[in-house]
Design a protein around this ligand. Structure first.
Ligand SMILES: *Cc1c(COP(=O)(O)O)cnc(C)c1O
Length: 215
């Protein structure tokens, strides 16, 4: 399926009004598709799989900002630490420690978002509010000096009940507001980005509306 430039332009116009950053989620999509949006001016791309991200990073223009949006295993951090722009789904202290360690090795600070569990499904990863407070206390204590915790990320329930989705985004925004040092709230995907935008998202992660459905 071809890249939907019409949809891209429409979404960018909608987001611009609210100064929301669009992450084009290009997982499973070929280099040509990414380049097509790149040529439209898009620079932020999101990937879920480490090997795929590395391969695309190596082959595509170096001014692309790569966002890792999938569930990251600690033993894979080292592969993306040299270049990743923002890691969205950080959900454990073990992972934070490893990211910090690899950031030191690469002589950089790695920007991260903490994933908060807001959906009803048991399967979605993320911290609860108590765990978030613990992590932030550790951060303030200097445990993660080479990580910059920019804010939060969350995924709403996979549901057609938009009232439920809105409620979950509201909840995430409420938690986000408790930390005035945060400036990034990553919420909203193809099916719910309008609601996310209305509820105060600063970053949306959109794949299928831009690149077509995935196999
Ligand atoms: C795949 C994915 C997206 C994009 O999903 P679409 O519904 O195709 O927009 C966003 N966020 C995460 C974490 C994803 O894994």
């Amino acid at each position: 399926m071809p890249v939907n430039k019409e949809s891209y332009n429409k979404i960018q116009t909608q987001l611009k009004e609210r100064q929301i950053t669009l992450i084009a989620v290009s997982k499973t999509k070929p280099l040509e598709d990414i380049l097509e949006l790149y040529n439209e001016g898009q620079r932020d791309f999101g990937e879920n799989y480490v090997q795929e991200l590395i391969s695309k990073y190596e082959q595509l223009p170096k001014d692309i900002r790569w966002h890792y949006i999938g569930h990251l295993q600690s033993n894979k951090v080292k592969y993306i630490a040299p270049f990743v722009h923002l890691i969205h789904g950080v959900d454990s202290e073990k992972l934070l420690s490893e990211i910090n360690k690899q950031a030191v090795r690469n002589n950089r600070t790695i920007p991260c978002l903490l994933q908060i569990h807001i959906a009803q499904e048991e399967t979605k990863f993320g911290l609860d509010e108590t765990e978030l407070k613990t992590v932030m206390a550790r951060d303030e204590n200097g445990d993660y000096q080479h990580i910059s915790v920019k804010g939060l990320m969350g995924m709403a329930s996979f549901s057609t009940d938009m009232q439920l989705v809105r409620k979950e985004f509201k909840q995430l925004k409420r938690i986000y507001n408790k930390f005035p040092q945060f400036d990034t709230l990553s919420m909203g995907m193809s099916g719910d980005y309008i609601i996310a935008a209305e509820e105060g998202s600063t970053m949306v992660r959109i794949g299928s509306l831009l690149f077509g459905s995935r196999n």
